[in-house]
Write a protein that binds this ligand. Structure first.
Ligand code: SF4
Ligand code: SF4
Length: 370
């Protein structure tokens, strides 16, 4: 057999370049989608009731290995959230360069604790025992709930619901060496292929929102799937459908008649969380309007907002000032007897107006065949 020629250094360098280009093309294909679904959360309406969280938990994360997973969370801000101090864990992009991030531990998310129900309810010990988690947990999904910040009487907090942002430029997808993460062509939902995932967890390090969990039983990564089996049938995701506050809007970004387009593009009042992470999230937030401050005598002090603007800029970027100005101007308009399309959208007189094309009742769907 003729001996194979040894490639020159130049040929090797050329091949390495081609491989890099090939890998980039593959990633670009995985990121491509024709349309994009999105959510908008109006933070002025969230009650922190956790109904959305429980709806998601009940529907999607009840299997073994998923006990500690909460794909939908609602945390108090300012606060450390879940996983603990996720905002300091890095990931995302700087320019086009992926940034390394920390791999959150199970303890930072918070374990799924057992409680001493038997002892309290059936132990016959009366008031001598209280319901408490087993072990000595040091953090959990809502450990710092309602703590907030500031000094009485000007203390403040607000609730921030979070799910995977189904980003246009997902850091998780970019980081996966198995190309197991992809965006669906028809709606841009970001999914992890459980067959391809080998549990390397680079996605967890890379996601700046730390919205991926590791299933220690199945040895794969798992996350919010935007309820795609419901969305495909015209039903809104469970978290949105169950929310009693009517604050979770769902729809396509390019649907000019839908609430998402109007809130994000037309009025520009809904903004992504930590846009500087460079993943181009498709979950947007209407920022909280500050309640008034009080001075030492208990009189209203309008010299500055109770929620520091700098803090809101840290969360939502510089556009937050413009968003708040627009909201206040529209409120002034209606107070003066005028009409406001923006406020009519945000008030949500009729629940169906939240969900664009996803207003079908799950009860009306054909039952799934066994
Ligand atoms: S939020 Fe995180 S997990 Fe979700 S698509 Fe963006 S980078 Fe990926
Ligand atoms: S169900 Fe609605 S109001 Fe309750 S915590 Fe979730 S987003 Fe907030």
């Amino acid at each position: 057999m003729a001996e194979q020629p040894t490639p020159t250094e130049e040929q090797k360098a050329q091949r390495a370049k081609e491989l890099t280009a090939e890998a980039k093309n593959q990633k670009a294909l995985l990121k491509k989608s024709d349309r994009q679904v999105a959510m908008v959360f109006d933070l002025n309406k969230c009650l922190g009731c956790q109904t959305c969280v429980v709806a998601c938990k009940t529907l999607w994360t009840r299997e073994e290995g998923m006990e500690y997973m909460w794909w939908a969370t609602v945390n108090t801000l300012p606060g450390k959230g879940t996983p603990k101090d996720w905002e300091k864990m890095g990931g995302g992009f700087r320019g086009e360069e992926p940034q390394s991030g920390k791999l959150p531990t199970k303890a930072e998310f918070g374990e799924a604790w057992d409680f001493n129900y038997d002892e309290v309810f059936f132990g016959g010990k009366g008031n001598a025992v209280h319901l408490q988690p087993s072990g000595n947990p040091e953090w959990g999904p809502n450990w710092d709930e309602d703590q907030g910040a500031g000094q009485y009487p000007n203390s403040f907090y607000f609730y921030v619901p979070r799910i995977c942002n189904h980003c246009t430029n997902p850091a998780c997808l970019e980081a996966c060496p198995r190309n197991a993460i992809y965006k669906r062509k028809e709606d841009g939902i970001v999914l992890i292929s459980e067959d391809r995932c080998k549990g390397y967890r680079f996605c967890m390090e890379a996601c700046p929102y730390k919205k991926i969990y590791f299933n220690h039983v199945r040895q794969i990564s798992q996350k919010c799937i935007f309820c795609f089996p419901r969305v495909e049938k015209g039903v809104a995701p469970a978290c949105a459908r169950q929310c009693p506050g009517r604050l979770r809007f769902v729809g396509f970004l390019d649907d000019e008649n839908g609430p998402i387009y109007k809130l994000v593009k037309k009025y520009e009042v809904a903004l992504p969380l930590h846009p500087e992470a460079g993943t181009q999230p498709n979950v947007y937030y209407v920022p909280p309007i500050s309640p008034p401050r009080f001075d030492a005598e208990g009189n209203i002090d309008e010299s500055k907002p109770r929620i520091p603007t700098e803090y809101l800029k840290y969360l939502f970027g510089d556009k937050v000032e413009k968003s708040l100005e627009t909201l206040k101007a529209e409120m002034a308009k209606t107070k003066a007897g005028g009409k406001s399309e923006l406020l009519d959208i945000l008030i949500v007189y009729e629940w169906k107006s939240l969900f664009g094309p996803f207003t079908k009742d799950p009860a009306d769907l054909e039952p799934r065949k066994a």
